[in-house]
Design a protein around this ligand. Structure first.
Ligand code: SAH
Ligand code: SF4
Ligand code: F3S
Length: 437
């Protein structure tokens, strides 16, 4: 620790796993300055809101939290500082400045390494720099979990889907060099971490350099990581269908540490809507990719993201999405009502009415839920390997993930955190499995 002080910080993460990863790095930065973390925002000297801009609701939540904190701030002394970091800070920095003067510091997702310095110098806003290379070189990596650790390997996005803010909030695609990633991962595994989840908005577009300066792909990185003995499991997210290369698909057949689960968002089952979304592939290409994956890894569990009610989505288009879901049969999937985002091309298109959107979301979610329940039922009376990573809500209960990424809970007299155990499934609930170890 550089300099010890008595200050405490409180941090709240909104949004995706990459934001959670960033929050962990922000924590490590302040811990190295001598700050302690607190779960009580009222007792903190520094409050950090690490924000998400992906849908309107996510962004609005930030403003309501700022309002709540403003009240606490009024009762406290000058030392109480509020930081807004993350994607809302990047997209709406100037607006936050005007709309919420109680915010002391505003910093985007590619410049948060400068936060401790900003606070010392009292600079209010840094959100115009995209400095991923500099950022990663300045970060501090301390494991926050004994079992599973997330590692950002790729940042930003060059795809420009017509509905999405990420290319504007995170900047263009950047891949970290292999050696940097291995150094970070080795720190974690030496602390007992068993599973590494590689992160990126377009993780399978990874194209970092290896130590001979040669550009390599995600399958190369996964193979390098799997050579580390102490790593037992590797996963990656989120992938774009057009970057599912043959080498990556083949890794699912060859690399036993790479888990048989893939989150591969398609958003819509209609070619017309996919085109309007600028997704750069059609339904057949997606199905072909899945067939290839199944030919090398027949049991692979598949997950996806869907947007319903995109402008111009007709009943027929929606029906195509339902048909695609029926055809693929997802083990789990996430679905969202289209939310127009300022500055994106789709926000200029005429929206469809809210009632139709709501009805479609509800029908789609029922189908996905039914698929998830049926998928989980297949495991009852089967044995499956589970990596237990945390305590459950009840006494002697532990929770973990199956190789197919299902949540599994089990009772044990012994602490089984960090263990991979063959678990006999006795019951399936809507969203989880119960097993005996
Ligand atoms: N990079 C990933 C996803 C990033 S955002 C990919 O390419 O798939 C996570 C999910 O949020 C997206 O897959 C999409 O389903 C949803 N999403 C993004 N923008 C949205 C918007 N404007 N309205 C509704 N959902 C959106
Ligand atoms: Fe957004 Fe599309 Fe990039 Fe995913 S691929 S982050 S949805 S622009
Ligand atoms: Fe949200 Fe930014 Fe992630 S907009 S989903 S926190 S990349």
């Amino acid at each position: 620790m550089n300099n010890v002080n008595n200050k405490k910080f409180y941090i709240k993460s909104y949004g995706c796993q990459m934001n959670v990863y960033d929050s962990n790095r922000i924590k490590n930065l302040f811990q190295s300055e001598g700050y302690k973390e607190t779960n009580d925002s009222k007792s903190a000297d520094l409050i950090i809101l690490n924000t998400c801009h992906i849908r309107e609701k996510a962004a609005e939540k930030v403003y309501s939290d700022i309002g709540r904190i403003k009240k606490i701030k009024k009762q406290k002394n000058q030392k109480y500082k509020l930081v807004v970091s993350g994607c809302v800070a990047q997209a709406e920095g100037e607006e936050i400045k005007k709309r919420a003067p109680s915010v002391d510091f505003i910093v985007g997702p590619q410049s948060y390494h400068k936060l401790p310095e900003m606070i010392k110098k009292k600079d209010k806003i840094i959100n115009d720099d995209f400095l991923p290379e500099e950022k990663f070189s300045k970060l501090i990596f301390q494991s926050s979990n004994r079992v599973t650790e997330y590692v950002s390997i790729q940042e930003g996005c060059d795809k420009f889907c017509s509905f999405c803010v990420v290319p504007y909030t995170r900047g263009s695609e950047f891949s970290r060099p292999v050696t940097d990633i291995l150094n970070e991962v080795n720190k974690y595994v030496n602390n007992g971490v068993k599973e590494i989840i590689l992160l990126g908005q377009n993780v399978n577009a990874y194209h970092g350099k290896n130590n001979s300066g040669k550009q390599v792909d995600l399958s190369y990185l996964i193979n390098s990581l799997s050579e580390i003995d102490k790593i037992e499991r590797i996963r990656y997210m989120t992938s774009h269908p057009i970057n599912m290369s043959n080498s990556l698909i083949e890794s699912h057949g060859k690399n036993s540490k790479l888990m048989p689960f893939l989150h591969l968002p398609i958003q819509s089952g209609s070619n017309k809507i996919l085109k309007e979304m600028n997704r750069k592939h059609d339904v057949n290409q997606y199905i072909e990719t899945i067939e290839k994956l199944k030919s090398v890894c027949p049991k692979i569990a598949l997950s996806s993201d869907f947007i319903v009610g995109f402008p111009g989505e007709s009943d027929y288009d929606f029906d195509q999405t339902m048909k695609l879901i029926e055809k693929v049969n997802f083990s789990i999937a996430y679905s969202f009502m289209y939310s127009p985002r300022p500055g994106t091309p789709a926000s200029n298109l005429k929206e469809i009415d809210l009632l139709t959107k709501k009805a479609r979301l509800s029908a789609l979610q029922s189908l996905l839920k039914e698929q998830q329940i049926n998928y989980n039922k297949l495991f009852v009376n089967q044995s499956i390997k589970v990596l237990f990573d945390k305590e459950g809500r009840h006494n002697n209960q532990y929770v973990g993930r199956s190789i197919f990424n299902q949540s599994v809970f089990s009772n044990s007299e012994n602490n089984i955190i960090g263990k991979i155990l063959n678990t006999k499934i006795v019951r399936s609930t809507d969203f989880a499995l119960e097993g005996l170890v």
